[in-house]
Design a protein around this ligand. Structure first.
Ligand code: IPT
Length: 969
């Protein structure tokens, strides 16, 4: 398949669809975490408003094929509502079903049973390929059904993920393997282009490289890395400079694509927290790094992540905690209050209205010729009068200096030295600008603008160009016109202008007060950046109420709205203009370009009184009065308590437990050092807490017990001998397993003893490097020694979630629950049989080592029409006693809190998991890892700013309540 230009993607997608070529793709996409898709949280309007036109999504194989051969993608795992939501809002999709996805997810998306396949993962080994077939065929068919050729939103398919790195003499890159993964998609009916994401620009599988080549070559880039602990440090040399050169070497015939560019960062257990990541990858990072990508004429730019969401139900890998906020533009609780969201909106909307950018010719980064100081570097994207772009930044990209400069730019009016009317241009610190030249605003030629373009529109009676600059900056704009300049809003004395033959030049200092200058039929809004953040450019729906895809027509028919928190949609019905928007404060609204047939204004369905000024701007206001939100006190709920470690009672019967009796392991990663396998995945247990029971008849000479449990980073473990607590490993990030030796009390010869070991399984390792086989790193017990005895003296049983791969809860899926007694019984679900349980609260806790389980219900009655983020908060640890908590909300595991490691103490739970107007069930397991016991220091439900929202009523997901489970032990 040959792609001719940067328009290739659009061309290909439209041709395949057999329709006229209307789709203009500016190549901006964003990535969502798998859980977001599953919960239908596309956040479609928040993405659409950015000016972005595509979302990439992973599918997590482990969630949909928990049992080999049984693909289940219904209920919350159904992809189709997500696809439909994308189509409605007019967002294209890039499908990334793996089978390997990485994504900081358990096993990198591989189901636990892959630990048993005979074959190296992500290679041509038959055992591995066979294992992928069922998933690939099913997910591929669903994707094929919704690809653009069938009227759906999916335009690109990414086989594999970062197929880049190998070790251990495995054949690499293996063309047969890559081809196999691609054939799986094709055989399932996928006809859209295949795009890959090399971890770095190494040219793997680029078109023309033979077997295994994709249609569009793409690579990933995380230039600032993941060091959120130092959020202001931009190490030298981290800004890419060679991407254009590499592109021309590696894949010159395809649109230049970065399939993952850094949009945030992950954060480990005990890490600095996502607020620090949001600071490291903040709005300044976006300005400098994203514009740098633009300097390479990037055509497909996908940010990872735009919305990370939550590692609910054990979805995460061992190195990360429950939150997958990622410091992204959309927070985990769906807020868009981070400045990086607003900054991204400026850039995305600029790209959306600047198609000339895709046909200009990128030049090389230079310190000479364009700016008059070597402290600044410029990359030109040149054209002959049809739109040139000059990307400017500090030569030392991390400089915090303020640098004055003059520009010398080639324009259709000759080379111009700017500013022409006096004053000084300035670049303040970590900033980068795109200066446009010969920029076409619907037939009006902007000869240059030093202020940056947010958007422009042609309305029936005028054109509007919106440009902005940083506070205190001086800017200049030149327009090819013989018309006069009139200041139609704001003070004329603050604006200088001069007619120079065929052009007019306008100079001004940026101010927080808007000025509008009129030149012919063009109105130019001069804004400061912070004001520009309040502007939105909703596409007017052409059919119905939804914006639809961004075609030349729909982009052209957009209006410009100044509002506040969020503008979702705009559409006209007869003489009525409808705007849907969200508000977090009383907000003045202005509409630019209301269609001439529109006479009435409705905001969120309510008719609004508005005024029209002499410039035709409609003005109204939406009042915000914070609603009364009353939340129950979690501390005073009627908590019921159950000891969820009955295993240590002398009467406990484990006869229904699976025997750990395999004397060989299918796992090729590590040889057994125990007589039988104690690897949990060998027995189908790959998620959540694991429990082991080892029984032996004592000789009386045993003095110590050594055990080496492995649960992954930050895991913990506790050990009992019958009812006697031997001790715990309380966890550190750097330990995935830990050898601990416990002194035993004097044992009685001939008496039977049981050792109980509880292990926190933090998720399975990823498998980033092909050949290393890290995903097969076992969970469970690696080794043990009972002093003075043969290992075979102990016979072991184990359990994890009830049924293992024959998991009980088909609604919440294969990963959600672990192996605690209460979980096996299903007591974490709504309405457990707790009538006869003791009344006791997790705030009282337990006074010795053990695991307690608590359940309670509460009602919520939140006002409709408000989007209110809710959080479960655990108090910061003030006592030294370590404990681990699992939080269940209506049966869904929505948090793992580790008091002695952190950092997460606040756990957002979205509406839909919580019933905002109804009854909710919360359950907490509290594992005390010291003989002092533990209790929650505090436990509260809290909210952040309620957003007055146009969001439709959120339907709750299925929340099956407790029913007695057959065969539960
Ligand atoms: C790359 C992966 O493709 C993606 O799934 C995710 O893990 C991301 O990075 C990090 O958050 S892996 C690359 C950074 C080595």
């Amino acid at each position: 398949m040959k792609l001719l230009s940067a328009y290739g993607v659009a061309l290909l997608a439209a041709q395949a669809a057999g329709v006229a070529i209307k789709h203009r793709i500016n190549g901006l996409t964003l990535t969502e975490h798998p859980d977001a898709a599953k919960r239908e949280l596309l956040q479609k309007y928040k993405v659409k408003a950015l000016g972005f036109n595509c979302v990439s999504f992973y599918v997590d194989w482990a969630l949909v094929e928990g049992k080999p051969g049984e693909y289940r993608a219904d209920g919350i795992f159904d992809l189709e509502p997500f696809f439909n939501a994308a189509k409605e809002a007019g967002i294209y999709l890039l499908a990334r079903p793996g089978p390997y996805i990485n994504a900081e997810s358990s096993g990198g998306g591989f189901p636990g049973w892959l630990q048993r396949v005979n074959g190296t993962l992500r290679t041509s080994d038959k055992g591995y390929l066979d294992a992928t077939d069922n998933y690939a065929a099913n997910v591929g068919a669903t994707i094929a059904k919704h690809q653009i050729t069938n009227g759906g939103p999916i335009i690109l398919y990414q086989p594999e993920n970062e197929y880049t790195s190998s070790c251990c003499s495995v054949e690499f890159p293996n063309a047969d393997y890559m081809q196999y993964v691609e054939d799986q998609a094709r055989n399932a009916g996928v006809v859209i282009p295949l795009i890959n994401n090399d971890a770095s620009a190494e040219g793997h599988n680029a078109p023309g490289t033979g077997k295994g080549a994709v249609d569009i070559y793409g690579h990933d880039s995380y230039p600032l890395g993941f060091d959120c602990a130092n959020p202001t440090v931009w190490p030298s040399g981290d800004l890419p400079t060679d991407f254009r050169t590499l592109h021309l070497e590696q894949s010159p015939t395809t649109p230049y694509s970065i399939v993952e560019f850094q949009g945030g960062s992950y954060d480990p257990w005990g890490g600095p927290g996502f607020a620090a990541c949001a600071e490291l990858l903040n709005n300044e990072f976006e300005r400098v790094f994203y514009k740098n990508d633009f300097s390479f004429q990037i055509a497909i730019m996908n940010l990872y992540m735009i919305f990370g969401g939550t590692n609910w139900g054990n979805l995460g890998y061992p190195n990360g905690y429950t939150s997958y906020d990622y410091g992204s533009a959309l927070t985990e609780s769906r807020n868009i209050t981070r400045e990086k969201y607003s900054e991204l909106k400026l850039l995305g909307n600029f790209a959306k209205v600047s198609p000339a950018y895709l046909t200009a010719s990128p030049g090389s980064l230079t310190t000479s010729g364009y700016a008059d100081t070597a402290d600044l570097s410029v990359t030109p994207l040149l054209s002959n009068g049809t739109g040139s772009f000059f990307v400017i930044r500090h030569s030392d990209y991390s400089s915090e200096d303020s640098t004055s400069y003059k520009l010398s730019l080639p324009t259709s009016a000759g080379t111009v030295t700017i500013p022409q009317l006096g004053g000084t241009l300035i670049l303040n610190g970590r900033d980068s600008k795109i200066h446009v030249v010969d920029y076409n605003v619907s037939g009006t030629n902007i000869i240059y603008s030093t202020a940056e373009v947010f958007t422009w529109k042609k309305f029936s009676d005028s054109k509007v160009l919106v440009i902005y600059g940083g506070s205190g900056e001086h800017h200049e704009l030149s327009i090819a016109t013989k018309s006069n300049v009139t200041v139609v809003e704001g003070s004329a004395s603050e604006i200088t202008s001069k007619q120079t033959g065929k052009a007019v030049v306008i100079g001004w200092d940026v101010s927080a007060t808007r000025r509008i200058v009129q030149v012919g039929d063009l109105k130019v809004l001069l804004l400061d950046r912070n004001s520009a953040y309040n502007y939105w450019v909703p596409q007017l729906a052409t059919d119905g109420t939804e914006p639809g895809f961004s075609t030349q027509e729909t982009v052209a028919s957009s209006i410009i709205v100044k509002a506040g928190y969020l503008v979702r949609t705009a559409y006209v019905e007869g003489a009525d203009l409808y705007i849907t928007a969200d508000f977090n404060a009383t907000t003045a609204i202005e509409v630019f370009g209301a269609p001439s047939n529109a006479k009435n204004l409705f905001i969120n369905g309510d008719k609004a009184k508005y005024t029209v000024d002499k410039n035709g701007i409609w003005s109204t206001e939406v009042k915000y009065t914070a609603p009364d939100i009353s939340l129950p006190s979690l501390e005073s709920l009627e908590w019921k308590y159950l000891d969820t470690l009955p295993e240590i009672q002398s009467s406990y019967d484990d006869s229904l437990w699976p025997d750990a009796d395999l004397d060989k392991t299918p796992n090729t990663f590590r040889e057994l050092t125990t007589p039988t396998s104690l690897y949990s995945c060998d027995y189908g247990f790959s998620t959540g807490y694991l429990l082991y029971r080892g029984q032996f008849v004592a000789t009386g000479n045993e003095s110590t017990f050594l055990v080496d449990p492995q649960g992954g980073s930050a895991f913990g473990s506790s050990v009992w001998l019958n009812g006697t607590y031997l001790g715990s490993w309380t966890g550190l990030y750097v330990y995935s397993d830990y050898n601990a030796t416990f002194d035993l009390p004097q044992l009685e010869a001939g008496k039977t003893y049981v050792i109980t070991v509880v292990i926190d399984n933090m998720g399975l390792e990823e498998n980033w490097t092909v050949g290393e086989e890290l995903m097969k790193t076992p969970r469970g017990i690696l080794n043990f020694e009972l002093s003075g005895r043969e290992a075979s003296a102990i016979s072991w049983k184990l359990t994890g979630n009830l049924g293992g791969e024959d998991y009980e809860d088909k609604v919440r899926g294969p990963l959600n629950e672990g192996g605690l007694y209460a979980e096996r019984q299903g007591f974490h679900q709504p309405e457990p049989p707790s009538q006869n349980w003791k009344s006791s609260s997790p705030l009282d806790g337990i006074s010795e080592a053990g695991i307690a389980f608590y359940s309670a219900s509460f009602d919520l009655d939140l006002p409709t029409g408000w989007d209110v983020p809710l959080y479960f908060n655990f108090g910061n640890s003030t006592t030294p006693e370590p404990y681990r908590v699992q939080l269940y909300v209506n049966g869904y595991q929505y948090g793992k809190y580790i008091s002695n490691i952190g950092p997460q103490t606040n756990f957002p739970v979205p509406e839909g998991i919580l019933n905002y107007r109804g009854t909710n069930w919360v359950a907490v397991s509290l594992w005390a890892l010291s003989s002092e016991g533990a209790k929650l220091e505090s436990f509260e439900l809290s909210y952040t700013t309620p957003v007055l929202t146009a969001l439709a009523e959120v339907q709750s997901v299925d929340q099956p309540k407790y029913t007695a489970r057959k065969g539960a032990y």
